[in-house]
Ligand binder design. Structure first.
Ligand SMILES: Nc1ncnc2c1ncn2[C@@H]1O[C@H](COP(=O)(O)OP(=O)(O)OP(=O)(O)O)[C@@H](O)[C@H]1O
Length: 255
């Protein structure tokens, strides 16, 4: 079942800086929504406000029927809000399969009173099943036993994505997930995302600087500039908006 992410009037301040200013974003489940904007516009801060990593001075965050604001980060993940980070946070010395399994394994253990200690056999089998399916979806099954520290950036990005999609999240926030990929790797990455969303109904809100990828995969786009949402519309509308071009896309925009 798809759930929507409904974030309203979020403001985040760091001392005298207003990093996010009264931002409202509605991202529909089962689709990919883009959040774009220049460096320093407040995109990561907005994600952190959604996941509870920082404390907004105002605003609400709702996932489906659940109000998440006021909850700790772990509780928000428990309710199905997942994220990836701009800088990959993988376990370098573990294998690809072990890295991917940490996602669902940590998620399931958060539902148990005694945490990691008493995983049932059924649960371990489900973790394996999910990890194998995610690795297959991401085309990295052949790398399952390789050490992550030995992989290329492109493969590491796919491991990170596999870990996120192996976890039973209802909605994913992806922070510049294609950073460091070449053009053909980015195309493959985009296809994995669109297939995943279409097959599972999971919603994605993606922060991305790669405009061809945004144009290819996003249904709607929000544009942040100096902490404010300055534009919201379909991807085609956004790419042809004078306001968006002036604020962000400049001359090097995609048609
Ligand atoms: N912990 C912090 N303390 C103080 N200022 C911060 C903090 N985090 C972010 N900022 C400031 O808030 C503003 C928004 O930063 P943020 O990282 O959210 O932008 P961004 O759009 O994600 O940028 P980029 O595209 O470069 O990742 C910037 O001016 C940044 O310097």
């Amino acid at each position: 079942m798809s759930v929507d992410l409904d974030v309203r009037n979020v403001t985040v301040k760091f001392g005298g800086i207003t990093a996010v200013n009264d931002a409202t974003v509605y991202a529909k489940g089962g689709t990919i929504t883009g959040l774009i904007g220049p460096n320093g516009a407040g995109k990561t801060t907005f994600f952190n406000a959604c996941t509870g990593r920082n404390r907004p001075t105002s605003g609400t965050v709702q996932l489906g029927d659940h109000r998440l604001d006021g909850h700790r980060t772990s509780n928000r993940a428990h309710h199905g809000l997942g994220r990836t980070f701009q800088r990959m946070e993988l376990f370098e010395s573990l294998s690809v399969a072990e890295n991917v399994r940490t996602g669902p394994s940590a998620h399931f253990s958060s539902f148990r009173l005694l945490g990691q200690i008493y995983a049932t056999r059924k649960e371990a089998a489900e973790v394996n099943r999910r990890a194998n399916e995610a690795m297959e979806r991401c085309g990295i099954t052949h790398l399952a036993n390789k050490t992550v520290g030995d992989l290329s950036t492109g493969h590491r990005r796919l491991v990170e994505l596999a870990r996120a999609i192996a976890t039973p999240f209802k909605f994913l926030l992806l922070d510049e997930p294609s950073s460091g990929l070449d053009v053909s790797e980015t195309h493959v990455f985009g296809k994995v995302l669109t297939d995943f969303v279409a097959d599972t109904g999971t919603g994605i809100l993606i922060v991305e600087h790669d405009m061809p990828l945004v144009a290819e995969i996003c249904e709607r786009i929000y544009v942040l500039d100096f902490g404010k949402i300055i534009y919201e519309g379909t991807t085609q509308q956004a790419l042809h908006s004078e306001l968006v071009r002036a604020a962000y896309l400049g001359e090097a925009s995609v048609a």
